[in-house]
Design a binder for this molecule. Structure first.
Ligand SMILES: [Ca+2]
Ligand SMILES: [Ca+2]
Length: 89
């Protein structure tokens, strides 16, 4: 994921991994739970999940939760779940 930023006339971008950790097509509380399970871990520790380390700095921290939070969209997820419920056989 690339997030453009313009600050004081300078343009930059931040490149992060996708916050859709379980690859179900939405950023939801499930993805948040995966980051929470690895929260505070560092590369090499047993709980470290490299997919949860969204900015790739070797630590699963509040920064990674913030990146996920920017894409967390409860309304979109509710709509997706309703659509799925309508298509059940
Ligand atoms: Ca997901
Ligand atoms: Ca991180």
């Amino acid at each position: 994921m690339v997030t453009p930023r313009v600050t004081g006339g300078a343009t930059s971008c931040i490149v992060t991994k996708t916050p859709d950790l379980d690859h179900d097509g939405t950023v939801s509380i499930i993805d948040f739970g995966m980051i929470a399970a690895a929260f505070g871990s560092t590369a090499g520790s047993p709980r470290y999940n490299p997919f949860a380390d969204l900015n790739g700095d070797g630590t699963v921290s509040i920064i990674d939760i913030g990146i996920l939070g920017a894409d967390l969209n409860p309304q979109r997820n509710i709509k997706r779940l309703r659509r799925a419920a309508r298509h059940k056989p």
